[in-house]
Design a protein around this ligand. Structure first.
Ligand code: ZN
Ligand code: ZN
Length: 368
């Protein structure tokens, strides 16, 4: 007998299926499942179900003071079944983070900051003695089911006078550790975006892709996407939203879409302050913004399920198929008017929002 059957599960593509779970995993997906389960739920006709939402850029080590939050506050309570902490901690403190994260109901993973204490201070890459490849390698081997990759923050306030050098060190660490995923944060210059992109390779994740800064993807004089950005995009660099306090600009996202350049994955860069005071608030608000820019709901769902799972090698997440984890988000789409504000104070009024109503993590159901 199955543990759970989810009936009338309408996907955003329109397909309606029944899903049976056993021991926290998907056991069967079919148009109709005749067998019974210990527990059964049925979606209402106005509800949708997707694989559990994955937020690949958050900050949720609660003992940090600069950027911190609590995994469940930004996770299952917001419709997100899996969060990836993007470099809050480094080799010296990621073990402590791991111990705390284990208690969360939400799936928590981490990218280890190449700087050994992570973002204890804003300028973690200004002193390069903090980047010790042997320590990073040890952390990766100590926490193989927690650490998915590495993080390097490449902007002026973080790197001090070191220019592109920390990124070259990150690349070496990546190569020495089985070419694991790498996320690179961008912002103000130096280092120049052109130089950063030159070092990045296909599959590397560029977060804060639609920030509104002069050192971003948009040439502010011509109002066009910079040529070298197009070149990097075509080479296979992964463009990730990483909304954050300072890093999502409607106009940049709109120009990019008009030119045919789309983000690959959608993430919030959420932490307690931009969750409580905005402009992030939660994943659903970020999704409404991308929808307002012009992305369809079905491509939006791909960008928070299948795509991040693939980019960060989460082999049993992001899809609804037998053998995958029993992680789901049940949501509704409401025709409500809502004001949306980007990181630069620009507003858009949307008339369609996405509202998570239930989150299922490893077969356990939580109401939102
Ligand atoms: Zn960042
Ligand atoms: Zn961040």
């Amino acid at each position: 007998m199955y543990d759970l059957i989810i009936r009338n599960a309408r996907q955003i593509t329109g397909d309606v299926v029944d899903i049976a779970l056993k021991a926290g995993k998907i056991a069967k997906v079919a148009p109709k499942i005749a067998e019974r389960a210990k527990k059964e739920i049925s979606l209402k006709d106005n509800q949708y179900l997707s694989a559990g939402w994955i937020d690949d850029h958050v900050h949720c080590f609660e003992e940090m003071t600069l950027y911190y939050d609590y995994p469940d506050e930004i996770g299952y309570k917001k419709g997100v079944t899996t969060v990836i902490d993007a470099g809050t901690t480094g080799a010296e403190n990621i073990g402590h983070f791991y111990e705390l994260a284990k208690a969360a109901k939400t799936n928590v993973y981490a990218l280890v900051n190449i700087s050994k204490f992570g973002i204890v201070e804003q300028d973690e890459l200004a002193d390069l003695t903090k980047v010790q490849s042997d320590l990073v390698a040890k952390a990766i081997s100590d926490y193989p089911n927690f650490i998915l990759g590495i993080k390097a923050r490449m902007s002026k306030t973080v790197v001090g006078d070191n220019g592109i050098k920390p990124l070259r060190m990150a690349k070496e660490i990546q190569k020495d550790n089985g070419n694991l995923p790498m996320m690179v944060h961008i912002g103000s210059n130096p280092p120049e975006l052109r130089d950063i992109l030159q070092v990045m390779e296909a599959g590397d994740v560029l977060t804060h892709c639609f920030n509104g800064k002069a050192n971003g993807i948009l040439d502010q004089a011509t109002d066009q996407i910079k040529d070298f950005v197009w070149e990097a995009y075509r080479r296979g660099i992964v463009f990730d939203i990483g909304h954050g306090t300072d890093s999502f600009n409607f106009h940049v996202a709109e120009v990019a879409l008009k030119e045919g350049l789309k983000c690959a994955s959608i993430s919030t860069d959420i932490y307690i302050r931009n969750r409580k005071n905005g402009p992030v608030f939660d994943m659903a608000t970020t999704l409404a913004k991308l929808h307002e820019v012009g992305y369809s709901w079905s491509e939006i769902i791909e960008k928070i399920t299948r795509v991040p799972a693939q980019n960060f090698h989460l082999k049993t997440k992001g899809q609804i198929a037998a053998g995958f984890d029993g992680d789901f988000t049940i949501f509704e789409i409401h025709n409500d008017k809502q004001e949306l504000i980007d990181s630069n104070g620009h507003k858009r009024i949307t008339d369609e929002v996405i509202v998570p109503v239930q989150t299922i993590v490893g077969g356990v159901i939580y109401d939102n």
